[in-house]
Design a protein around this ligand. Structure first.
Ligand code: PEP
Ligand code: MN
Length: 273
């Protein structure tokens, strides 16, 4: 499929497990990562972090630096958001994944993040890929919205070639002619990536659909297809969210989704971490 020297499945036929503060991503267990799209305030983040932990999440997500299509949209609390993520991590004990948009922010992001997220829009930012590679921290690399799987795997190869084997992939939907959903969640990617690479494969049905009501169905489908985990956006008051309220689950709906997903995991011989 592509010139893969480090990411190819043949390099590690048994698969890679990325361990983050005791959470094993890529092992037999299915990992639930959840939290708000964006960190908005201390109260919002702490309430959401507690709720997702109670509902079954083992890693907290939350954006401090947000890549927004319009420069006039809420672009995140930036360094203050990182401080709040560190607070939420200290309070809940959940490891944190947050996006790094610019290599200049890397030292600050690395202080509060257990996993560095490289977003869809930066999947082919090769200098950023090399920088997160040199950081040595686990990297959650999202699929570019128009990237083929071969391009995606070569982006992962950039991180690995810079000396970092701890790469986690995440299918988050691609651009197609369909307009009823925000993106088209490409679940073909899950078995195909597992065949081509040894890296763990997550699925993000929140951005993959853009509709909160669709998220439980696609989360279940992802686990049925073999996903190693899910990335889910949760907000205590989605109608008031500063970004992505439309695809954010309430804590109650998140908790119900986790129960449903646990049943699907059991049906395919897995369990939740
Ligand atoms: C996100 O997960 O917050 C995000 C911006 O996702 P993506 O890069 O997939 O659009
Ligand atoms: Mn979002």
């Amino acid at each position: 499929m592509a010139d893969l020297r480090l990411a190819a499945r043949s390099e590690r036929p048994d698969g890679t497990v990325v361990e983050v503060r005791g959470v094993r991503i890529g092992g037999p267990g299915v990992v639930i990562i959840a939290g708000p799209c964006a960190v908005e305030s201390e109260a919002q983040l702490l309430a959401t972090a507690r709720a997702v932990k109670a509902g079954g999440a083992v890693v907290l997500r939350g954006g401090a630096f947000k890549p927004r299509t319009s420069p006039y949209s809420f672009r995140g609390l930036e360094f203050e958001g990182l401080r709040l993520l560190a607070l939420a991590r200290a309070e809940t004990g959940l490891p944190v994944v947050t996006e790094v948009m610019d290599a200049r922010h890397l030292p600050a992001v690395a202080e509060c993040a257990d996993i560095l997220q490289v977003g869809s829009r930066n999947m082919q930012n090769f200098t950023l890929l090399e920088e997160v590679g040199r950081s040595g921290l686990p990297v959650l690399l999202k699929r570019g919205m128009s990237a083929t799987l071969a391009e995606y795997l070569q982006a992962a190869e950039y991180v690995m070639a810079a000396g970092n084997a701890k790469v986690i992939l995440c299918e988050r939907g691609i651009r197609t002619f369909e307009t009823s959903t925000r993106n088209t969640l490409d679940l073909n990617a899950v078995p195909m990536l597992h065949r081509e690479t040894h890296l763990p494969v997550l699925v993000d049905p929140s951005h993959g659909t853009g509709h909160a009501w669709m998220v439980p169905a696609l989360a279940s489908a992802a686990v049925a297809a073999g996903a190693d985990g899910l990335l889910i956006e949760v907000h205590c008051d989605p109608g008031a969210a500063l970004s992505d309220g439309g695809n954010s689950l309430t804590p109650d709906r998140f908790t119900a989704m986790v129960r449903q997903v646990a049943g699907v995991a059991a049906a395919v011989g897995r369990s939740l971490v």
